[in-house]
Design a protein around this ligand. Structure first.
Ligand SMILES: Cc1cc2nc3c(=O)[nH]c(=O)nc-3n(C[C@H](O)[C@H](O)[C@H](O)COP(=O)(O)O)c2cc1C
Length: 196
Protein backbone atom coordinates (compact mmCIF):
# COMPACT_ATOMS: atom_id res chain seq x y z
CA UNK A 1 0.00 0.00 0.00
CA UNK A 2 1.22 3.54 -0.72
CA UNK A 3 2.55 5.32 2.34
CA UNK A 4 -0.01 8.13 2.33
CA UNK A 5 -2.82 5.60 1.98
CA UNK A 6 -1.67 3.87 5.18
CA UNK A 7 -2.53 6.97 7.16
CA UNK A 8 -5.93 7.26 5.51
CA UNK A 9 -6.64 3.61 6.34
CA UNK A 10 -5.78 4.32 9.98
CA UNK A 11 -8.16 7.30 10.01
CA UNK A 12 -10.91 5.13 8.54
CA UNK A 13 -10.22 2.31 11.01
CA UNK A 14 -10.47 4.76 13.89
CA UNK A 15 -14.25 4.75 14.31
CA UNK A 16 -16.35 5.57 17.38
CA UNK A 17 -16.74 2.12 18.92
CA UNK A 18 -19.55 1.35 21.37
CA UNK A 19 -18.82 -2.36 21.95
CA UNK A 20 -15.59 -3.83 23.34
CA UNK A 21 -14.05 -7.18 24.32
CA UNK A 22 -13.96 -6.83 28.10
CA UNK A 23 -11.43 -9.67 28.43
CA UNK A 24 -8.80 -7.40 26.81
CA UNK A 25 -7.66 -5.25 29.69
CA UNK A 26 -5.70 -2.08 29.03
CA UNK A 27 -2.56 -1.35 30.97
CA UNK A 28 -1.39 1.88 32.50
CA UNK A 29 1.63 1.72 30.16
CA UNK A 30 -0.65 1.62 27.10
CA UNK A 31 -2.59 4.64 28.36
CA UNK A 32 0.66 6.48 29.09
CA UNK A 33 1.70 5.86 25.49
CA UNK A 34 -1.58 7.44 24.26
CA UNK A 35 -1.09 10.51 26.47
CA UNK A 36 2.52 10.73 25.34
CA UNK A 37 1.21 11.06 21.75
CA UNK A 38 -1.31 13.76 22.80
CA UNK A 39 1.56 15.62 24.48
CA UNK A 40 3.03 16.41 21.06
CA UNK A 41 -0.26 17.74 19.60
CA UNK A 42 -0.62 21.42 18.71
CA UNK A 43 -2.01 23.75 21.37
CA UNK A 44 -3.25 27.33 21.13
CA UNK A 45 -0.32 29.68 21.96
CA UNK A 46 1.35 26.46 23.17
CA UNK A 47 -0.37 26.77 26.57
CA UNK A 48 -0.91 22.97 26.95
CA UNK A 49 -3.47 23.41 29.73
CA UNK A 50 -4.49 19.74 30.03
CA UNK A 51 -3.86 16.96 32.50
CA UNK A 52 -5.10 13.42 31.98
CA UNK A 53 -6.92 11.11 34.38
CA UNK A 54 -6.21 7.45 33.60
CA UNK A 55 -8.85 4.86 34.53
CA UNK A 56 -8.15 1.18 33.88
CA UNK A 57 -8.82 -0.61 37.18
CA UNK A 58 -12.30 -2.13 37.45
CA UNK A 59 -13.17 -0.03 40.47
CA UNK A 60 -12.59 3.20 38.52
CA UNK A 61 -14.27 1.88 35.36
CA UNK A 62 -17.36 1.03 37.43
CA UNK A 63 -17.43 4.59 38.75
CA UNK A 64 -17.06 6.31 35.37
CA UNK A 65 -19.15 4.08 33.06
CA UNK A 66 -22.54 5.02 34.65
CA UNK A 67 -21.70 8.72 34.21
CA UNK A 68 -21.29 8.39 30.43
CA UNK A 69 -24.07 8.79 27.83
CA UNK A 70 -23.86 6.63 24.71
CA UNK A 71 -25.44 6.86 21.24
CA UNK A 72 -28.00 9.60 21.71
CA UNK A 73 -28.81 8.95 18.04
CA UNK A 74 -30.14 5.48 18.96
CA UNK A 75 -32.41 6.26 21.95
CA UNK A 76 -34.17 2.87 21.67
CA UNK A 77 -30.87 1.09 22.43
CA UNK A 78 -28.84 0.89 25.61
CA UNK A 79 -25.23 0.87 24.51
CA UNK A 80 -22.75 -0.58 25.20
CA UNK A 81 -24.52 -3.95 25.33
CA UNK A 82 -24.02 -5.80 28.65
CA UNK A 83 -20.49 -7.25 28.88
CA UNK A 84 -19.18 -4.97 26.12
CA UNK A 85 -18.01 -1.94 28.06
CA UNK A 86 -14.72 -0.12 27.46
CA UNK A 87 -11.79 -1.30 29.58
CA UNK A 88 -10.21 2.13 29.99
CA UNK A 89 -11.05 5.81 30.10
CA UNK A 90 -8.85 8.83 29.72
CA UNK A 91 -10.47 12.00 31.02
CA UNK A 92 -8.96 15.10 29.44
CA UNK A 93 -9.01 17.75 32.17
CA UNK A 94 -8.05 21.41 32.14
CA UNK A 95 -5.88 22.63 34.97
CA UNK A 96 -7.43 26.03 35.69
CA UNK A 97 -4.28 27.14 37.55
CA UNK A 98 -2.55 26.90 34.18
CA UNK A 99 -5.40 28.73 32.41
CA UNK A 100 -8.87 29.41 33.86
CA UNK A 101 -10.57 30.07 30.49
CA UNK A 102 -12.49 26.87 29.77
CA UNK A 103 -13.81 28.03 26.37
CA UNK A 104 -10.46 28.90 24.92
CA UNK A 105 -9.12 25.36 24.50
CA UNK A 106 -12.18 23.50 23.21
CA UNK A 107 -10.45 22.90 19.87
CA UNK A 108 -7.31 21.70 21.66
CA UNK A 109 -9.41 19.12 23.51
CA UNK A 110 -10.60 17.63 20.23
CA UNK A 111 -7.09 17.53 18.80
CA UNK A 112 -5.75 15.76 21.90
CA UNK A 113 -8.63 13.26 21.85
CA UNK A 114 -8.29 12.43 18.15
CA UNK A 115 -4.51 12.07 18.50
CA UNK A 116 -5.04 9.46 21.22
CA UNK A 117 -7.74 7.68 19.21
CA UNK A 118 -5.46 7.42 16.17
CA UNK A 119 -2.64 6.14 18.37
CA UNK A 120 -5.04 3.56 19.82
CA UNK A 121 -6.06 2.45 16.32
CA UNK A 122 -2.41 1.93 15.47
CA UNK A 123 -2.17 -0.32 18.58
CA UNK A 124 -5.19 -2.31 17.31
CA UNK A 125 -7.33 -0.77 20.02
CA UNK A 126 -10.28 1.57 19.55
CA UNK A 127 -12.30 4.14 21.40
CA UNK A 128 -14.84 6.90 21.37
CA UNK A 129 -15.10 10.49 22.57
CA UNK A 130 -17.81 10.96 25.18
CA UNK A 131 -19.03 14.53 25.54
CA UNK A 132 -22.31 13.45 27.10
CA UNK A 133 -21.45 13.60 30.80
CA UNK A 134 -21.62 16.00 33.73
CA UNK A 135 -18.14 17.41 34.49
CA UNK A 136 -19.33 18.28 38.00
CA UNK A 137 -20.55 14.74 38.78
CA UNK A 138 -17.38 13.22 37.33
CA UNK A 139 -15.17 15.58 39.35
CA UNK A 140 -17.09 14.69 42.53
CA UNK A 141 -17.01 10.95 41.86
CA UNK A 142 -13.29 10.88 41.10
CA UNK A 143 -12.57 13.37 43.91
CA UNK A 144 -10.71 15.76 41.63
CA UNK A 145 -9.30 18.97 43.12
CA UNK A 146 -11.17 22.15 42.20
CA UNK A 147 -8.56 23.30 39.69
CA UNK A 148 -8.92 20.10 37.62
CA UNK A 149 -11.97 20.38 35.32
CA UNK A 150 -13.03 17.41 33.15
CA UNK A 151 -13.41 18.56 29.52
CA UNK A 152 -13.91 15.33 27.56
CA UNK A 153 -13.93 11.60 28.28
CA UNK A 154 -12.29 9.22 25.83
CA UNK A 155 -13.17 5.53 26.25
CA UNK A 156 -10.85 2.79 25.01
CA UNK A 157 -10.86 -0.95 24.53
CA UNK A 158 -10.50 -3.75 22.02
CA UNK A 159 -13.34 -3.10 19.54
CA UNK A 160 -15.87 -5.93 19.37
CA UNK A 161 -18.43 -4.70 16.87
CA UNK A 162 -18.67 -4.11 13.14
CA UNK A 163 -18.85 -0.56 11.83
CA UNK A 164 -19.49 0.29 8.17
CA UNK A 165 -18.94 3.73 6.65
CA UNK A 166 -21.44 4.74 3.96
CA UNK A 167 -21.67 7.78 1.69
CA UNK A 168 -24.75 9.94 1.41
CA UNK A 169 -26.21 12.56 -0.88
CA UNK A 170 -26.63 16.06 0.61
CA UNK A 171 -30.37 15.53 1.12
CA UNK A 172 -29.99 12.13 2.84
CA UNK A 173 -29.98 11.43 6.57
CA UNK A 174 -26.70 11.64 8.51
CA UNK A 175 -28.12 9.60 11.38
CA UNK A 176 -26.12 6.52 12.27
CA UNK A 177 -28.10 3.29 12.49
CA UNK A 178 -27.80 -0.47 13.19
CA UNK A 179 -29.14 -3.51 11.35
CA UNK A 180 -30.48 -6.81 12.80
CA UNK A 181 -26.92 -8.14 13.17
CA UNK A 182 -26.02 -5.04 15.23
CA UNK A 183 -23.70 -3.77 12.49
CA UNK A 184 -23.31 -0.03 12.99
CA UNK A 185 -23.55 2.19 9.88
CA UNK A 186 -22.07 5.69 9.81
CA UNK A 187 -23.05 7.92 6.87
CA UNK A 188 -20.40 10.37 5.70
CA UNK A 189 -20.81 13.26 3.27
CA UNK A 190 -19.06 12.85 -0.08
CA UNK A 191 -15.80 14.65 -0.83
CA UNK A 192 -17.39 16.59 -3.71
CA UNK A 193 -20.07 17.94 -1.34
CA UNK A 194 -17.75 19.33 1.31
CA UNK A 195 -15.22 21.22 -0.78
CA UNK A 196 -16.27 24.85 -1.36
C1 LIG B 1 -16.69 15.91 20.55
C2 LIG B 1 -17.43 14.60 20.39
C3 LIG B 1 -18.22 14.13 21.42
C4 LIG B 1 -18.89 12.93 21.30
N1 LIG B 1 -19.66 12.47 22.34
C5 LIG B 1 -20.30 11.29 22.23
C6 LIG B 1 -21.07 10.80 23.33
O1 LIG B 1 -21.19 11.43 24.36
N2 LIG B 1 -21.67 9.59 23.20
C7 LIG B 1 -21.55 8.83 22.05
O2 LIG B 1 -22.11 7.73 21.99
N3 LIG B 1 -20.83 9.28 20.99
C8 LIG B 1 -20.20 10.48 21.05
N4 LIG B 1 -19.43 10.94 20.00
C9 LIG B 1 -19.23 10.07 18.82
C10 LIG B 1 -20.04 10.52 17.59
O3 LIG B 1 -21.38 10.11 17.74
C11 LIG B 1 -19.38 9.89 16.35
O4 LIG B 1 -18.16 10.56 16.12
C12 LIG B 1 -20.27 9.99 15.11
O5 LIG B 1 -21.43 9.21 15.25
C13 LIG B 1 -19.54 9.55 13.84
O6 LIG B 1 -19.02 8.26 13.99
P1 LIG B 1 -17.48 8.01 13.72
O7 LIG B 1 -16.72 8.73 14.81
O8 LIG B 1 -17.29 6.52 13.77
O9 LIG B 1 -17.18 8.61 12.37
C14 LIG B 1 -18.77 12.16 20.10
C15 LIG B 1 -17.97 12.63 19.06
C16 LIG B 1 -17.31 13.84 19.20
C17 LIG B 1 -16.45 14.34 18.07
Amino acid sequence: MERNKLFKELVKKSRSYRGYDESRRITREELLELVDCARFAPSSVNRQPFQYLLAYEQEDLDKIQPLTGWARGLPQMKLPHPGKCPTAFIVICQNTDWDPDLNRYLRDVGIAAQTMLLAAAEMDLGGIMIGNFSPKKLAETMELPENIVPMLIVAFGKPDEKIVLTEVEPNESLNYYRDDQDTHYVPKRKLKDIVL
